[in-house]
Design a protein around this ligand. Structure first.
Ligand code: PYL
Length: 272
């Protein structure tokens, strides 16, 4: 998993309104509507909910990312849910959150970024939630995915979340990962759920055959711009973005890519 840098996130809070307008232009959904769509929950039901949400800084491992908890809290507040950042970090922050009546906790160390509903015990993991949220966005941009060929790049936690959502939207899934064993593990997990997945081993061939793409891998420039056409629609949760800069202009109206927004919104809707 790529560790976010301060530069990736320091604009988030100030640009959420314009981010949401752009998301509506691309998908027809606001961030809250997209997250509700991703988890299959009724918007009217969730909009009436008023849980106390705490975001807890974690200093373990490589430590604090400047602006991270502030970005997370700003996304949650933008969605209409009151979120606050605990004064203490780590265990002290968890204790403070519980003592102040938090129902939902958000916290991230170097390995996992989780949302936890203390009342129900439901846990959402950023990787799987991000994959799910991006596929919901792709489904909206494509006006449905049933029977459509989608190429998934990356068979890690985000890719698995994306694959499960693609299967639920009844897409025809092909997966490519530089590590073929990872593709095979993902295919086996999907097969256990009754979904077939085609494993691609030749990226050039796969990119020539597909115009609906989910880039869930951390590789830079994995999608050369000559593969992009006016039919390409790309949901790209992977950080950094996997297309060459020359290709971004051409595909911008059909590209979903952000460092935290869709993942955090989907996490919240999963644990509400
Ligand atoms: C959750 C992000 C999405 C992509 N990479 C993941 C990452 O950067 N994880 C590390 C998050 C560390 C947060 C730090 C803090 O400020 O609380 N422990």
């Amino acid at each position: 998993m790529t560790r976010l840098k301060e530069d990736d996130i320091n604009e988030i809070a100030a640009t959420l309104a314009s981010y949401d307008s752009e998301l509506i232009r691309k998908t027809g959904c606001s961030l809250l509507e997209l997250a509700s769509h991703a988890v299959g929950r009724d918007l009217n039901e969730v909009q009436g909910m008023t849980p106390r949400v705490a975001v807890i800084p974690m200093t373990c491992g490589q430590g604090i990312i400047e602006g991270f908890v502030q970005a997370v809290a700003s996304i949650l507040n933008h969605l209409g849910f009151k979120a606050w950042i605990t004064e203490s970090s780590d265990a002290g922050g968890v204790a403070e959150a519980v003592q102040k009546g938090a129902e939902i906790l958000f916290m991230a160390d170097d390995d996992r970024f989780v949302a936890i509903n203390l009342r129900t015990g439901v846990v959402s993991d950023n990787g799987a939630a991000t994959g799910r949220g991006y596929v919901a966005g792709l489904e909206r941009m494509c006006d449905g995915l049933e029977g459509k060929d989608v190429l998934l790049l990356g068979a890690g936690p985000v890719g698995l979340g994306a694959a499960l959502a693609l299967a639920q939207f009844r897409a025809k899934i092909s997966v490519f990962d530089l590590d073929r064993a990872a593709s095979e593990r993902l295919a086996k997990k999907l097969e256990k759920n009754g979904y077939a997945v085609m494993i691609e081993t030749n990226l050039d061939f796969a990119l020539k055959q597909h115009h609906l793409l989910v880039d869930a891998c951390p590789a830079e420039n994995i999608i050369a711009s000559h593969y992009l056409t006016e039919r390409t629609i790309l949901a790209a949760p992977g950080i950094p973005l996997g297309i060459e800069s020359v290709g971004i202009e051409q595909i911008a109206p059909r590209l979903l890519h952000d460092p935290l927004q869709i993942g955090v919104a989907t996490m919240l809707l999963q644990v509400l």
